[in-house]
Ligand binder design. Structure first.
Ligand code: NAD
Length: 501
C-alpha cells in the first residue's frame, strides 16, 4: 500500500473526491443543456499524482462545435440587449457561488492538474476575483458625447459587445484562465464557446454549471471539451459569425490561431508563453529576493507563464543567494497535492516530467552544476525534484526556452547593462522581476525591460484589477483591469446633425 493510499483511507478524502466528481457535469454544454457528443465519443481525465483515470467526458466533434457556435450566434442579439446591471448581477452571484463551492473547485483542480490543495484554494480566490471585478466593470463602460471641432456634427461614441467569441484555455490554471475570459465577455455582452484544455476540463465543466446556476441564459456560454483541439477550433474559426478568438497557451499554437484568424479578420487576444527573468542586484535584500524567487519559480510547480524562468544574480551576492535558495528548495515537500503539508505536486503529464530531465542534462553537459535536486521521483505520478542549477551558460536550453517546471537556472552578471541585456535577449516578453532596495534603479530597469509585467521586490503580481499580458511573442492584448473589458467591446461612432443647423 502506498503512502497515498494510507492517507486516503485515514482521512476519508476518497468520499469527498467521489462526491465532487459525481457533481461535475461530464457532457458538452450547448444552448443551456448538457449533452453527449454527436458520435457518442469520450475521453479520459487522469490524476497526474497517481496515474489513475478520474473521469470520462464527452468529446466534442466538429458537428458539436458547429452546434455550440450556432447557439452562441443565436443568443448574441438578446444577450447584447440585456441590461448591464443584469449581466453584472449574474457575475456577482457566480462570484458568491465560487466561494460557496470553493472546496469542490480546489479539490477538482488538485485532482486533474496536481497543484497542492492550498495553492488550488489560492487559485479559487484569484480566479473568483475576475467575476467580482468584471461585475463591477460591467456597469462602468462609459461612452461619450462631444461636438465636432468644426461645429458641423455632434458625435456619439459608444461601446458595443464584439460578438460571439471562441475562448481557448490552457491546463495550468484551470479556473483562473477560464474566469479571466468568461467574466469580461459576460460583462461586455458577448456570447461564447469555451474550449478547456484536454488535460484539465473538469474545473471548467463545474464552473460552467456555476454560471448556469447564477442565472446565465442558455446559449451565452457553451462548453465543448474535446480530445481534439482542432475539431473544435477549425469549424468555429471558419464560421463568419465568430467575431473574436481569445487564446491562452503556447506561442506556437497562438501563431497558428492568428493565421486562421486572418481569414475572417477576427479580433484576437493572445496570452502566450514566457521566459521571465528575475534579477537580483547587489543592493537587494537577499532574504526578500529568495522568498520572491521561490514564489515566482515554484508556484504551480513552476508551470506558470509568469514563472521566473531564469534567475539573474549579481556576482557579488550569488553565493549567498544560492545557499539560501537551495535551502528553501530542498525544504519543500513533494507529494500528492491532496495530502497535508505537500508543497510540490506532480508535473501535469509524463512528457512534462521527462522534459525537466532533458533541461537538466543539457545544462550539465554545457557546464552547469546541480546545487540541489536534479532527478525524477519514482512514480506513480509524474514528480520531479525542485532543482537549482548554477553557472548555467547562456546557450543552455534552460536559459533560452520556457522550462515550465521546478528547475531554476542561475546566471551571473556584473553590471546593470549586462543584466538588462541578458534579460531582454529572448523573443518572449511576459513577466519579469527585479530585486533592489534602490527604488530609482528599480524604476529605471522597468523602463528598459521589454516585458508586459514587472514585479519590483515581489514574486507574485497577478491581480484581477491589473492589466495582464505580454509584448513580443508573449502575446497581444490584456486580461484583467479596465483593459480586460475593452478586449470584448468595439467602438461605434454615430455622427448626428448639428441641432442648430
Ligand atoms: P497549448 O498551446 O498546448 O494549449 C493551450 C490550449 O490550446 C489547450 O486548450 C489546447 O487544447 C489548445 N490547442 C492546442 N492545439 C490547438 C490547435 N491547433 N487549435 C486550437 N487549440 C489548440 O498550451 P498548454 O500546454 O495548455 O499551456 C502551457 C502554455 O501556456 C505555456 O507556454 C504558458 O506560458 C502558456 N500560458 C500563458 C499564459 C498567459 O497568460 N500568457 C497563461 C497560462 C499559460
Amino acid at each position: 500500500m502506498s503512502i497515498t493510499d494510507t492517507f486516503v483511507q485515514a482521512t476519508g478524502i476518497q468520499a469527498r473526491i467521489d462526491a465532487v466528481l459525481a457533481k461535475t457535469p461530464t457532457g458538452l454544454l450547448i444552448d443551456g443543456q448538457w449533452r453527449d457528443a454527436s458520435d457518442g465519443g469520450t475521453f479520459e481525465v487522469e490524476n497526474p499524482a497517481t496515474g489513475e483515470i478520474i473521469a470520462t467526458l464527452a468529446s466534442a466533434t466538429r458537428k458539436d462545435s458547429q452546434a455550440a457556435m450556432d447557439a452562441a450566434a443565436e443568443a448574441q442579439e438578446s444577450w447584447a440587449r440585456t441590461p448591464a446591471r443584469e449581466r453584472s448581477e449574474i457575475l456577482r452571484r457566480a462570484f458568491d457561488l465560487v466561494h460557496e463551492r470553493s472546496s469542490d473547485l480546489a479539490l477538482l483542480m488538485t485532482l486533474e492538474m496536481g497543484k497542492p490543495l492550498a495553492e488550488a484554494a489560492g487559485e479559487v480566490r484569484y480566479g473568483g476575483e475576475f467575476l467580482r471585478w468584471f461585475a463591477e466593470e460591467a456597469v462602468r463602460d462609459y461612452g461619450r458625447y462631444q461636438d465636432a471641432p468644426e461645429g458641423t456634427l455632434r458625435m456619439l461614441v459608444r461601446h458595443q459587445p464584439v460578438g460571439p467569441c471562441l475562448l481557448i484555455t490552457p491546463w495550468n490554471f484551470p479556473l483562473a484562465m477560464a474566469t479571466r475570459k468568461v467574466a469580461p465577455a459576460v460583462a461586455a455582452g458577448c456570447t461564447m464557446v469555451l474550449k478547456p484544455a484536454r488535460l484539465t476540463p473538469l474545473t471548467s465543466q463545474y464552473f460552467a454549471q456555476i454560471m448556469l446556476d447564477a442565472g446565465l441564459p442558455a446559449g451565452v456560454l457553451n462548453v465543448v471539451s474535446s480530445k481534439s483541439a482542432s475539431d473544435v477550433s477549425e469549424p468555429i474559426m471558419a464560421d463568419p459569425r465568430l467575431r473574436k478568438v481569445s487564446f491562452t497557451g503556447s506561442t506556437p499554437v497562438g501563431k497558428q490561431l492568428m493565421k486562421l484568424a486572418t481569414d475572417n479578420v477576427l479580433r484576437t487576444s493572445m496570452e502566450l508563453g514566457g521566459n521571465g527573468p528575475l534579477i537580483v542586484f547587489e543592493d537587494a535584500d537577499i532574504d526578500k529576493a529568495v522568498s520572491g524567487a521561490m514564489a515566482a519559480k515554484m508556484r504551480n510547480m513552476g508551470e506558470a507563464c509568469t514563472a521566473a524562468n531564469r534567475l539573474l544574480v549579481h556576482a557579488s551576492v550569488v553565493d549567498e543567494f544560492i545557499e539560501k535558495m537551495a535551502e528553501s528548495m530542498a525544504s519543500l515537500t513533494i507529494g500528492n497535492g491532496v495530502e497535508d503539508g505537500v508543497t510540490v505536486g506532480p508535473l501535469v503529464e509524463a512528457r512534462a516530467r521527462d522534459s525537466m530531465e532533458a533541461f537538466v542534462t543539457d545544462a550539465v553537459e554545457r557546464g552547469a552544476q546541480i546545487v540541489t535536486g536534479g532527478k525524477r521521483v519514482d512514480g506513480p505520478g509524474y514528480f520531479f525534484e525542485p532543482t537549482l542549477l548554477r553557472d548555467v551558460p547562456a546557450d543552455a536550453r534552460a536559459v533560452r526556452e520556457e522550462i515550465f517546471g521546478p528547475v531554476a537556472p542561475v546566471v551571473t552578471f556584473t553590471d546593470e547593462d549586462e543584466a538588462v541585456s541578458i534579460a531582454n535577449s529572448t523573443e518572449y516578453g511576459l513577466a519579469s522581476y527585479v530585486f533592489t532596495e534602490n527604488l530609482s534603479r528599480g524604476l529605471r530597469i522597468g523602463d528598459r525591460l521589454e516585458f508586459g509585467l514587472m514585479g519590483l521586490n515581489v514574486g507574485v503580481i497577478s491581480n484581477a484589477a491589473a492589466p495582464f499580458g505580454g509584448v513580443k511573442q508573449s502575446g497581444l492584448g490584456r486580461e484583467g483591469g479596465a483593459e480586460g473589458l475593452s478586449e470584448y467591446t468595439t467602438t461605434q461612432y454615430i455622427g448626428i446633425e448639428n441641432p442648430w443647423g
